[in-house]
Design a protein around this ligand. Structure first.
Ligand SMILES: Cc1ncc(C[n+]2csc(CCOP(=O)(O)OP(=O)(O)O)c2C)c(N)n1
Length: 825
């Protein structure tokens, strides 16, 4: 029976039309392409559909099973498939071979000089994949002719130094000087390793077209930089207006194991075609050496190609054998043309090998003895290519080597390491470093102005069909603006953002369900109940207002936060906010928080004014809907690198947001935002409070004069303590709220404590367990300010999980906490 089926299969294939035969190759040809230069992995697969013989099959085999394999038949749009087909089925164009050879020589010799001068030092050689240099060159050349003016380039360790010199155009002396490690005292405790720092440069093609190149600073955490580069690109594009997508191109360079393994790649790819995040197409290059550290492809990836994760998108994937530089350059041009024709991502999988171990101090013959036995005798690519094109490369190789050696000697004599990157001019008005009181800004807005802004915020087109519930809400918001009812958080936020855009500060806000708001509170976009269309009041306040954008993000934390951080890096004059659905989920983006937001200034001298809105508070909603992990941000805080605040009223939130936009001190701002408090009358503010001078880092006790006990806390618990005090008719307990935890407001807190000299007990109260919350950060600092007064703490018992899953248990715990705060059991 089996034999019969396979006979039928084969005989039916024999009667295929020529077009059907070619179609099979279009669909499956990449599986038989000659892609692995060492011919060890990626052996051509047996594919029954490709067994056909005859002229059509031979020709199709030549086109689709050579040193380039293309995957494109998963793209639904027939126009795109046809485009690829037409381009691919043309004769291969002539390439500028002498130029390609020159780039290959430079790439290989650069590595060889490093190897000879700094043996045993990590450099993450590109050898085995030096075709990356002509690939980048061809991408830039082609894109320059399409109108590209700037490239944002992201890549990890592999070949990064080579790219800095041979693509970005940094002098080799600058790189050599990093190996010399000339001036360690100037950077004690800060800075970063040489293969992570950013670089800027210019690139010029033969027609004199110039491109600004920016290689993004990058942490060790592989692929984390991808969304950051995309966000940076989007910001640069926005700055340029309509032609932005044409003028700024992102090139994201990946490792094969990392691309397959790191989830952030899948997240970032998912941003490609979305309105709030699209950059008109990224060029992805996988520098595929078929190994990840010591792991082979069969251990790193469940499928044949590490690029398969990109097949989730309707984008072409070109696999190309890195030892055919002509084909590599051809693919580069196709990739650019496709990107510019369809505003789409493109993937180029550059398949080579890795000449040394993971780093040069690693011996790969221990784990991959067979592969490295082949590599040992395999000549460098420039020699293979020179022979293929019939040129003797030795004179040029010697010339480049001599020049590199001279540059190395110059570097060895240098006293100061040259900077590799420079900041764009739009960063000039902003500063980082330590906080100084001169940074403080008045953020108040008069009641008249608030009323006017509120009217604008609650207006919508006459023919708009509003949801009845929204109609009521807007009526209430009008009354808030008129001072007839207190302003709640949501309206305070809208007024802050509205006042800013009217004053000329662009605002961008994104997060999961942020348009409506997780807690059904923001309503940043009104929806017409008859047409389903959006109307965004904040984007329609006045004709000359600054840009306002609000987006529901994809259900990702890492990629979206990375993107927004990147955006903030290239739009310092904008207020950029990212909101977590619940603060707990921000740990899905921990890499972005740790490696970029907290440490970016220390490692790379790079600033960001990004705002993180993290809903926080213990309300009986369970272990993962309670804590935004205040303790983690406090642990990351040093040298005034970030600001950590928990505003307890609507007006405080209003001033905090305005402060962030108006101060020239650009530091990430972590805001613990409310959930239940969004609707608590105690947390709402009278309109007069919006006219106050600014954000208050500490809210002192004003009602109790002769306190015997002082409770210090932050956030929602402050309101609960006040309510409990009223219930108990307690007249001797002062309650002070810490609204800013970092930078630590020592002066303001000292003043608040000094108001109550008879309060012999100072009690830190928090909802979180003892091992969480701000306790271990606050208490030692508080002891310093207490001048001998007793410092006590009230908190939940230490726990492995932040909160109970039982609402009733929560209520009991909360009751005990409040009682303990007032000295009861
Ligand atoms: C998130 C993360 N996990 C682990 C590592 C450690 N690490 C550094 S390089 C590397 C292998 C990377 O392999 P691949 O992506 O194929 O790039 P290659 O080094 O081969 O160019 C690993 C596991 C890391 N840097 N980042």
């Amino acid at each position: 029976m089996k034999a019969l089926e396979s006979f039928q299969e084969r005989s039916s294939m024999a009667f295929q039309s020529a077009e059907q035969v070619v179609d099979h190759f279009r669909l499956w040809g990449y599986l038989q392409a000659q892609l692995d230069p060492l011919g060890q992995y990626l052996q051509p697969l047996a594919v029954p559909e490709l067994e056909a013989t005859g002229d059509a099959a031979d020709k199709a085999r030549r086109l689709y099973c050579g040193t380039v394999g293309v995957e494109f038949m998963h793209i639904a749009d027939p126009a795109r498939r046809r485009w690829i087909q037409e381009q691919f089925e043309r004769d291969a164009p002539e390439q500028k071979r002498q130029h390609i050879l020159d780039l290959l020589i430079r790439a290989d010799i650069f590595e060889q000089v490093l190897q000879s001068r700094y043996p045993g030092t990590k450099r993450f050689s590109l050898e085995g994949n030096t075709a990356l240099i002509p690939l980048l060159d061809a991408l830039l050349d082609r894109a320059a002719n399409q109108g590209m003016l700037q490239t944002v380039l992201a890549m990890s360790h592999r070949g990064r130094l080579n790219v800095m010199v041979n693509s970005i155009g940094r002098p080799a002396t600058a790189i050599f000087s990093k190996f010399e490690d000339i001036d360690p005292r100037s950077i004690l405790g800060s800075s970063d390793v040489k293969y992570h720092i950013g670089a800027t440069g210019q690139w010029k093609n033969e027609d004199g077209k110039e491109i600004d190149l920016h290689l993004v600073s990058n942490p060790s955490h592989l692929e984390a930089v991808d969304p950051v580069a995309m966000g940076r690109t989007r910001a640069k594009q926005n700055r340029m207006g309509e032609k932005g997508e044409e003028c700024v191109l992102p090139i994201l360079v990946h490792g094969d194991a990392a691309f397959a393994g790191q989830g952030i790649c899948a997240e970032a790819l998912n941003l490609a075609f979305l309105k709030g995040y699209s950059v008109g197409g990224s060029i992805h290059i996988i520098v595929n050496n078929l190994i990840g550290f010591t792991a082979g492809p069969e251990e790193s990836n469940s499928s044949r190609f590490s690029s398969d994760v990109a097949k989730r998108l309707p984008v072409p994937i070109f696999h190309v054998n890195a030892e055919d530089p002509d084909a590599v350059v051809r693919v580069a041009k196709l990739a650019i043309d496709y990107r510019y024709t369809f505003h789409s991502d493109v993937v180029v999988d550059l398949i080579g090998y890795r000449r040394y171990g993971h780093s040069e101090i690693d011996d790969p013959t221990i784990t991959q003895p067979l592969r490295y036995a082949r590599i040992k005798d395999h000549p460098p690519l420039y020699k293979i290519y020179a022979e293929r094109i019939g040129v003797d490369p030795s004179a040029r190789a010697t010339e480049i080597q001599t020049r590199m050696m001279e540059e190395q000697s110059t570097a060895a004599r240098m006293k100061k390491t040259p900077a590799l990157a420079s900041l764009p001019a739009y960063w000039a008005p902003y500063n980082g470093g330590s906080y100084t009181p001169t940074e403080s800004r008045e953020t108040g807005v008069s009641s008249d102005r608030i009323r006017k802004i509120s009217e604008l915020l609650t207006s919508y087109p006459g023919d708009f069909h509003l949801h009845p519930k929204m109609k009521k809400l807007l009526e209430q918001r009008v009354e808030m603006g008129q001072g007839k009812r207190p302003m709640d958080y949501a309206m305070a936020e809208a007024c802050a953002l509205g006042s800013l855009v009217l004053e000329g500060t662009p605002v961008r806000l994104s997060g999961q369900d942020s348009k409506r708001g997780t807690f059904n509170h923001r309503h940043g976009a009104l929806v017409d109940v008859q047409t389903g269309t959006d109307f965004i009041p904040l984007a329609n306040l006045a004709p000359n207002q600054a840009h306002f954008e609000i987006y529901n993000s994809i259900l990702s934390e890492a990629a979206v936060l990375g993107f927004e951080y990147g955006f903030s890096r290239d739009y310092p004059e904008a207020l950029v906010l990212w909101e977590a659905q619940f603060g707990d989920f921000a740990n899905g983006a921990q890499v972005i928080i740790d490696q970029f937001i907290a440490a970016g200034e220390d490692k790379w001298g790079l600033l960001s004014g990004l705002v993180l809105l993290l809903p926080h508070g213990y309300e009986g909603q369970g272990p993962e809907h309670s804590s935004a992990r205040i303790e983690r941000y406090l642990q990351l805080a040093a040298h005034d690198n970030i600001q950590i605040c928990q505003p307890s009223t609507a007006a405080q939130y209003f001033h905090l947001l305005r402060r962030q936009a108006l101060q020239s001190w650009r530091k990430p701002l972590i805001v613990f935002t409310p959930k239940s408090m969004l609707r608590r009358p105690e947390a709402a503010s009278p309109v007069n409070d919006f006219a106050a001078r600014g954000f208050r880092k500490v809210l002192p006790e004003t009602e109790i004069q002769h306190a015997k006990r002082l409770l210090l806390c932050t956030g929602k618990i402050g309101h609960e303590l006040r309510a409990e005090r009223t219930r108990r008719q307690d007249m001797t307990t002062a309650i002070v709220l810490l609204e800013q935890l970092y930078p630590w407001p020592e002066e303001e807190l000292t003043a608040a404590l000094d108001r109550h000299p008879k309060a012999h007990e100072i009690v830190w109260v928090q909802e979180e367990p003892a091992n969480m919350g701000a306790l271990s950060f606050v208490v030692p600092r508080l002891r310093r300010l207490a001048h001998g007064r007793q410092v006590l703490t009230v908190k939940r018992s230490s726990a492995a999980s932040p909160a109970t899953g039982s609402p009733k248990a929560h209520a009991l715990e909360q009751k005990t906490l409040l009682a303990a705060s007032f000295g009861g059991a």
